[in-house]
Design a protein. Sequence first.
Length: 247
Amino acid sequence: MPELPEAERARQTLGAAMGRRIADVDDGDVYVCRPHPPGEIASALIGHEFVTAHRRGKFLWLDTEEGPVLGLHLGMAGRIVVDPNDSSRWDRFTVRFEDGGRLVLRDKRRLGRAVLNPDHGHVGPDAAEVGREEFRRLIGRGRAPVKARLLDQGAISGVGNLLADQALWQARIAPGRSVATLSLEDLDRLRREIRRAVRSAIRDGGAHTGRFVGARAQDGSCPRDGHHLERARIGGRTTYWCPACQR
């Protein structure tokens, strides 16, 4: 599933769509474009240009010059392609530019979204940008397992299953540990390691590229000390950790 690093790479890709006048929009997939009926997104966007691409967590949106905002979400398997050389049966939403190019949401599983003027009021601060005091307050409150709290997009946004396991391993914190037991030093270290894991994943191609993520398997061993990894379901997701170095 795309996480913050994949969404950030998609935002960077969208840079190639800036400043190009929109000639047409294929918004006929009523599931991907819900709640909009066919033609509604097209009517709003045609004649405009995208001027800025933004991201918060896994959510993307594009401003037009004094016009509507287009929100995009990659779902579980979607990706953004600008000026593809081909067409695909998995092209769910397409913006065509006057210069002949295209912006495409390509999504085999059909779980991505395209929506006008999205509301992100339910989404917490971006995991790569959240400040220290805010992180302490949002992650350290309550008694939930720390892995579950990291996956709560209303607390902080953008951390998915792989990124959470990677960052907790880097921070040497067990995923099932209650947030009530985390010291301020623990929380500060976890915040730093999330940011470090995000930077590495963006650079290397996605959350799946993490050193610990590569070891996540039933017979996996910790890349740091070689101990056999434990596995459980935490926060509704399959979770791996090293019982020797994550406490």
